[in-house]
Design a protein around this ligand. Structure first.
Ligand SMILES: [Zn+2]
Ligand SMILES: [Zn+2]
Length: 153
């Protein structure tokens, strides 16, 4: 079977039975960085039906929650307030950084290195190091992944 297109993936996530989505999420956990990201996201959203009901009764409308791909926080679908603090550009490895002086050639621009050694990376938008990932230089609207655009386009 052919793999789904970007847009078909988003449609499938909306319509597939929960057991299908669980299988995909479990398989994604084979990658430990993805697994940790899944854990971070799960910790921000209701994990039990009771939690979901409680969250919905405390709001006027049962707003659907999304996770922002720019800052990683949850937000209500349709929230257009400028409450997203993020870096508008992706971090880049800083080869000139003293941080890498002792590493020889044993480093690379991969999710693993970014997570393990954020001080060896900088954000081109403001020059801050990768450690400032949660203290972005720009305020804007939150953005959910829509499958059409990536994090920085
Ligand atoms: Zn920045
Ligand atoms: Zn955000």
């Amino acid at each position: 079977m052919a793999a789904l297109s970007d847009e078909e993936i988003i449609t499938a996530i909306t319509t597939a039975p929960p057991s299908t989505l669980r299988s995909v999420l479990r398989a994604l956990c084979a990658d430990h960085i993805t697994k940790r990201r899944i854990g971070q996201m799960l910790s921000q959203l209701p994990l039990k039906d009771e939690d979901l009901e409680q969250a919905n009764t405390t709001k006027q409308e049962a707003a659907h929650q999304e996770i922002c791909i720019q800052c990683g926080s949850t937000f209500d679908q349709g929230d257009e307030s400028f409450s997203c603090r993020h870096h508008p550009q992706d971090m880049e490895i800083d080869f000139a950084s003293d941080f890498w002086a002792d590493c020889g050639d044993e480093y690379d621009d991969t999710p693993f290195w970014r997570e393990q050694n954020p001080d060896g990376f900088t954000f081109p938008c403001c020059g801050e190091t990768g450690s400032s990932i949660n203290e972005g230089c720009t305020m804007g609207m939150h953005r959910a992944a829509d499958g059409k655009r990536g994090r920085y386009d």
